[in-house]
Ligand binder design. Structure first.
Ligand SMILES: [Mg+2]
Length: 272
């Protein structure tokens, strides 16, 4: 089901589409929120401030969401700030990130092994309908870019295991060791500097606030993926609400609505 947030928004002259990776294309890391929140609660509970689990959850969930789509390090910098705020001495945020990735890999590592061993079809860990959508966009002549806050080496490996790298003829871009060296904003600015590019030539897909905000800032059309991971059958009310808040033009739960969505995205509207 497609939910139109801004009626009449379309991009019939789109040349380039940018995709976020986790939760937008890939389900390899599905469930990361349920790993990050408890880890942060552990760190903060150890400070014995007398706050309840619910209090602490309310302290961390908003910034986890706001920073989703950026390098994970930024969420860990925010955690360190929360520790300091409570009179504690935080670890180096890179330490927190390492710990989080260790816990995440306990889950995602199983999926990666399954894919490496070809014990499952790659599409099992794709948001439903992804491959058909990517093929359709390529057939329409769009150039596709993949951009993620996941570390570049992991991103490239996971995209290859899912057999989607070949669709992204614009390139696959992940977080670099220096967090200042790459961001979705930098990539979009670079795209808009390409010869002849205009904001209405660009569309994007994402399940996090960072990419949707950057797309709207650039003047592009933004499709919000309110994916309820890992099944992605229903619209996640939480993602939906938050994606609308940052400016998504359309909200979808997966890409199975492609036959309805694409005619809307590429509609030629008569001038009023
Ligand atoms: Mg994402």
């Amino acid at each position: 089901m497609v939910q139109t947030i801004h009626p009449g928004t379309s991009a019939p002259f789109a040349r380039i589409a940018v995709f976020d990776f986790d939760g937008t294309v890939s389900l390899i890391r599905a469930g990361w929120v349920e790993i990050m929140v408890p880890m942060m609660l552990e760190v903060l509970t150890a400070l014995r401030t007398g706050e309840s689990n619910d209090d602490l959850r309310r302290a961390v969930e908003p910034f986890i969401w706001r920073l989703t789509g950026k390098d994970t390090l930024y969420q860990m910098i925010a955690l360190a700030e929360q520790v300091t705020l409570r009179g504690g001495t935080p670890l180096d945020p890179r330490e927190y990130k390492r710990e989080f990735l260790n816990r995440l890999f306990a889950v995602s590592g199983l999926r990666i092994r399954q894919l490496r061993d070809r014990a499952c079809a790659p599409d099992l860990y794709l948001v439903p309908g992804t491959r058909a959508l990517l093929e359709d966009l390529r057939a329409r002549g769009l150039r596709l870019y993949l951009a993620s806050g996941t570390d570049d080496a992991h991103l490239k490996e996971e995209a290859a295991l899912l057999d989607v790298t070949r669709y992204f003829d614009g390139g696959v871009y992940g977080a670099l060791p220096d967090p200042e060296a790459f961001s979705k904003r930098m990539l979009m600015e670079r795209i808009l500097r390409l010869p002849g590019m205009r904001p209405h030539h660009l569309i994007g897909f994402g399940d996090g606030p960072v990419e949707i905000e950057e797309l709207k800032r650039a003047g592009a059309l933004a499709v919000g993926l309110a994916t309820d991971e890992a099944e992605c059958r229903e619209t996640s009310p939480w993602k939906r609400r938050n994606l609308i808040e940052v400016g998504a033009d359309y909200i979808i739960p997966n890409y199975l609505c492609r036959p309805v969505l694409l005619p809307m995205l590429f509609a030629h509207h008569e001038p009023i």
